[in-house]
Ligand binder design. Structure first.
Ligand code: PMP
Length: 406
């Protein structure tokens, strides 16, 4: 399939606007991605033609809406290559998915003296829910360190795994360092000891094909808004046999079978984990976004983004005083960097005046900042609608920043 970035950019009207008199160069895709017309059109059509609460009515619109919701679940199942739609739970996002498992798994399986393994490069969303659970249960959080290139130290991981380990929670791709972690190996080492693994895929699903069966992941989480879909929708994949045994996370409508004041029984999978009126329009938007990127081709996306990463890395590394954090050869198109003696906010503000949107700060990765003894970075996260021309503008913008502050 042919990949044509000019054609693709026409699907994203927001990209053609001017910011402070300059064409927008949007490099904040790690925080959230822009939405193609196909997705906004799906949402508009839903509100205009189909809107009704799912699973509760026998009237025409409710049945139609329910059918769309369940078809969206099937689209996600196919996208992840899960075995069954019972394994696909709609949530509010990666944070919602991780909290669901941290709570539910913790309630069922974790007690005093047990351990949970995370890594030093986790997003706060894959630290804090486990920490809260550990506090509740008297368990301990153990941390896999990373080396100076931003790669997990696998020997240390091997040493942390023990009979006390109840679960491992690891990101597939780091949102600051860009590192693609060896999750398949991490999972197989844990499985050798019968320990389940949750993978935070928030920065992975938008960059290449994910196959949960091939990874043998027990749980896999991602957010719609980072994969060209609307905000407020996300996915928790879980192996059916594991989800079956877990207690529900939240109580409310739809997740129940029979309710009485004496005893309530719960609905079957996946509904047991979907309490309340779900974001069914977001689910339709997510399915539409997944269809869109599947249409562009996930291999095309991976190859094109890799070429952008190589081009940008070579250009930026040639700038005197610019340091890149995260230099693993296994990396997606995220570049975190600092300019000698220049505060990232100052640099980010000047770039913004040139129409260039980068993220500045800790990126919800304070332990990563502590590792490098820095207070934050600038981060340019590139996706398949970015261009080499935009990277040239970033390069020129950085030279301008250095001239002003350096
Ligand atoms: N994990 C990673 C690796 C992320 O990059 C993010 C978002 N920056 C999250 C988790 C949390 O995602 P959300 O805020 O969409 O729930």
């Amino acid at each position: 399939m042919e990949f044509n970035v000019d054609k693709i950019r026409k699907d994203f009207p927001i990209l053609s606007q001017k910011v402070h008199g300059h064409p927008l160069a949007y490099f904040d895709n790690g925080a959230t991605t822009q939405k193609p017309l196909q997705v906004t059109e799906t949402i508009r059509r839903y509100y205009e033609e189909e809107n009704a609460s799912i699973h509760r009515g026998i009237h025409y619109l409710s049945e139609k809406s329910t059918e769309t919701y369940e078809n969206s679940r099937e689209t996600v199942r196919k996208f992840l290559n899960a075995r069954s739609t019972n394994e696909i739970i709609f949530t509010s996002g990666t944070t919602g998915s991780i909290n669901t498992i941290a709570f539910s798994f913790g309630e069922k399986y974790v007690s005093s003296g047990d351990e949970v393994i995370v890594s030093e490069m986790e997003h706060h969303a894959n630290i804090v829910p486990w920490q809260m659970m550990c506090e509740r249960k008297g368990a301990k959080l153990r941390v896999i360190p990373f080396n100076e290139k931003g790669e997990l130290i696998m020997e240390e991981y091997g040493k942390l795994l023990s009979d006390k380990t109840k679960i491992v929670a690891i990101n597939h791709v780091s949102n600051t360092l860009g590192t693609i972690n060896p999750v398949k190996e991490i999972i197989s080492l844990a499985h050798a000891r019968n320990i389940p693994v949750l993978v935070d895929g928030a920065q992975a699903v938008q960059h290449g094909k994910i196959d949960v069966q091939d990874l043998d992941a027990d749980f896999y989480a991602f957010s719609g808004h980072k994969v060209y879909a609307p905000n407020g929708i996300g996915i928790l994949y879980g192996k059916e046999e594991l989800l079956y045994d877990l207690p529900p996370y939240q109580g409310g409508g739809d997740m129940v079978d029979c309710v009485s004041f004496e005893k309530t029984t719960y609905n079957e999978l996946p509904f047991k984990f979907e309490a309340g009126t779900m974001n069914y329009i977001g689910a339709a938007g997510l399915a539409s976004a997944l269809d869109y990127i599947s249409g562009v081709g996930l291999d095309n996306i991976r190859d094109y983004e890799h070429s952008l990463l190589e081009y940008a890395t070579t250009k930026l590394m040639a700038i005197d005083g610019l340091e890149i954090y995260g230099r693993s050869p296994e990396k997606i198109s995220i570049i975190s960097f600092l300019l000698d003696n220049i505060h990232p906010y100052d640099a980010g503000m000047v770039l913004d005046k040139l129409g260039i949107a980068v993220r500045t700060g800790t990126h919800c990765n304070q332990p990563v900042m502590d590792h490098f003894k820095i207070t934050g970075t600038l981060r340019a996260s590139l996706v398949f609608y970015n261009t080499k021309d935009e990277i040239d503008r970033l390069y020129d913008g950085i030279l301008r920043v250095i001239k002003m502050f350096g």
